[in-house]
Structure formats: C-alpha cells, structure tokens
Ligand binder design. Structure first.
Ligand code: MRU
Length: 344
C-alpha cells in the first residue's frame, strides 16, 4: 500500500514533508493558508495532482476560522483563492482545484457561511478519493503497454507522492508488479532537486520494485545499450495540442527516446490537460532561485556570483509523445483532435 501524501484527521490537515525524504518520513500539520502556500512553494508537497489537492485544502484552511457575513465571506474566499494561485505557476492542477472550489461556491444555493465552509472541506476530501480512483484507472490503462520483462525509464517523481497515493507514471508500474510481472525501472536522478533520487527511488524501494538510479546524463547511454523498452513520465500541464510541460530534463529524455526508438508515454489525469493553453510555448514555466544549482542541499558547487538559469520545467512537443495515458484511456496522435474528442 503506497504511503499517503496528504490526509485529514479530526479536521486537521497533514502532509508528508517531501523535503526530508528519503532520510526522514515525517508528517507535519499544515495549520493555515500561509503554511500551505509555503509548503507548495518549498516543495514540501509537490507533483501536479498533489499540488491541486493541497491548494483545495489551503482554501479551506484560509476560511475555516472566518466569522462574518456572506458578502465578507465571499471577499475572504476570493482573496484566499488568489493568494494560493501565486504559489507555483506551471502545474495546471493548482488552478483547476481552485476553479473547482469557485464553481462549487458559485453553484451552491446557501449563503450560510458555516455550510459553505463545510462544502469546501468535503470537496477537498473528495478530491483525495477521486485522485485515488483516477490514478488507479491510469494504472489499469497504462499497464496494457507494459510487457513482462520490460525495463522502463522515468524522470522526476510522478509516483504516489506526487498525487494523493498511487501516482500517474508509476501507477502502471505498481499494477504490473501486482500482476507479477518481472519489471525493472531506470530512475533519473532529476537535477537539481533530485526528485528521482530522493522520492521515486524511495517509493520503488519501499514497493520492492527492482530499480536502478542513474544521473540524468546517463539516460542516453542506457538507451544506446538497448536497455530501455519504454519511457513513462508525468505532466504538469498538457496543452490542447498535446505539448507537455513536465520536470526539467523531460524534453531531453523524449528526444533521446525518439533517437533510440523507445516509446515515450506521458501519464496524467485529464485535470492536467489545459484546453485554454493552445500550445506548449504558452505554458508558464516556473523559474527557481540560483541556490538550488550553486549550492544544492547546502554544499557549494559553483562560484556564488555565477549567473544561473533555473527553469523548473520544460516542454516536450507532442510529436515526441507516443501516447498520453489518462483515466479515460490512452490518447494517441493526432492530439489536438483526440484531446478535443475526449472533452466533448
Ligand atoms: O517540481 P515538482 O517536483 O512539483 O515537479 C513534479 C513533476 O514534474 C511531475 O512529473 C509532475 O508534476 C507529474 S506528478 C504526477
């Protein structure tokens, strides 16, 4: 059973602090909207679907102690939503979750503030259950692409810790394991914040799935050696034409996969598809501070006054993607038409 990323107990919200992994498995209580904003910004909770759920709980934390009139409540609610929306820009699930809360409130037919707070809390909790079902369905759909004996490669962490529990890119791998397949996973370390080494490697070891950690610049060589049958990654935002933003380094992996004839799949819930974003170039890409590169994890490895460019994500053009595995099935090219069909 994968470990939960976020849960509630006695109306308290807890997350596993992913900045401490793999050394420490520690749950922390998030008490207010500021703490949730901070947890998202600092990657204590990360991964597109998990960020969405975190934002949903953040909305509740931001209004739960509110006392006042309906109009004052609505003002506070809007402020909290706008505030949380500034935490990270790329994963569309954050905005999807906030919009979902806004729709919930605008469609509700009560002006009773306590009832509205309760609706928000229940919606956030439902998102956890839904995410579990969605990820399970992604896994069931994705496992059809995996054959017994396969060696897969993944980048960053799109496992249980990037969602409520099961993951997207790792879900088909977990199901393959359940079915007794003999599989192996190459884990890209994922510079600069090492989500592959710290989180994916941790998850796969916990799940007893054979895995080998490599630094990002080794992926080309293992593909050249013919040791990879399939690449599978998650997504932070998929544009209407299938172009996909995911952790920096994904684009390089996709280009390598094409060169070496390795099928390259993206696994994501349909909440990660953003029809309002026409193509990849329109996706806002988060840039993070220089210290993550100059002195990652506290050790200085470059002159402190060197210029640094640190985009947290890149965009893989749709032409490199063999298929997008969703809970509703596997989308194949032509993406613009087939994504449109899925939504209509
Ligand atoms: O910066 P992070 O750790 O939030 O980046 C996470 C990723 O890029 C994941 O691959 C993506 O969010 C998909 S998670 C199912």
């Amino acid at each position: 059973m994968p470990i939960p990323t976020i849960y509630t107990e006695n109306r308290k919200v807890y997350i596993i602090d992913q900045t401490l992994l793999p050394i420490e498995k520690k749950y922390i209580e998030i008490k207010d909207k500021k703490e949730m904003w901070d947890a998202i910004k600092r990657l204590k909770i990360r991964g597109a679907p998990a960020i969405g759920i975190a934002a949903a709980f953040g909305v509740w934390l931001g209004v739960r102690n509110f006392k006042g009139s309906f109009n004052e409540f609505m003002k506070r609610f809007e402020e909290v939503c706008s505030y949380l929306a500034t935490s990270r820009p790329t994963a569309v699930n954050l905005f999807w979750a906030i919009d979902r809360m806004k729709n919930l409130i605008s469609k509700s037919n009560t002006e009773n503030v306590e009832e509205l707070k309760e609706l928000i809390f229940n919606e956030a909790r439902n998102m956890i259950d839904e995410d579990n079902m969605v990820c399970r369905a992604i896994g069931e759909n994705g496992v059809s692409l995996i054959k017994d004996g396969y060696s897969l490669i993944t980048h960053c962490n799109a496992g249980g810790l990037a969602t409520a529990m099961y993951g997207t890119a790792l879900a088909p791998i977990y199901i393959a394991k359940e079915r007794g397949y003999n599989i192996h996973v190459w884990v890209d370390e994922t510079r600069p914040l090492l989500q592959g080494a710290r989180i994916t490697a941790f998850e796969l070891v916990e799940a007893d799935i054979p895995a080998t950690l490599i630094t990002d610049n080794m992926a080309a060589f293992v593909m050249y050696q013919g040791r990879v049958n399939m690449a599978i990654v998650g997504a932070d935002r998929i544009a209407a034409n299938g172009d996909t933003a995911n952790k920096i380094g994904t684009l390089g992996l996709a280009i390598l996969a094409k060169e070496f004839g390795v099928p390259f799949y993206v696994a994501a819930p349909i909440s990660t598809i953003d029809l309002k974003t026409k193509e990849g170039i329109d996706i806002p890409i988060e840039e993070r501070g220089p210290d993550e590169i100059i002195k990652g994890f506290g050790k200085q490895t470059a002159p402190s006054n060197i210029n640094v460019y640190n985009p947290a994500f890149d965009v893989t053009p749709a032409r490199y993607i063999s298929g997008i595995i969703t809970e509703k099935g596997i989308i194949t090219p032509p993406y613009r038409e087939n994504i449109q069909k899925l939504f209509s």
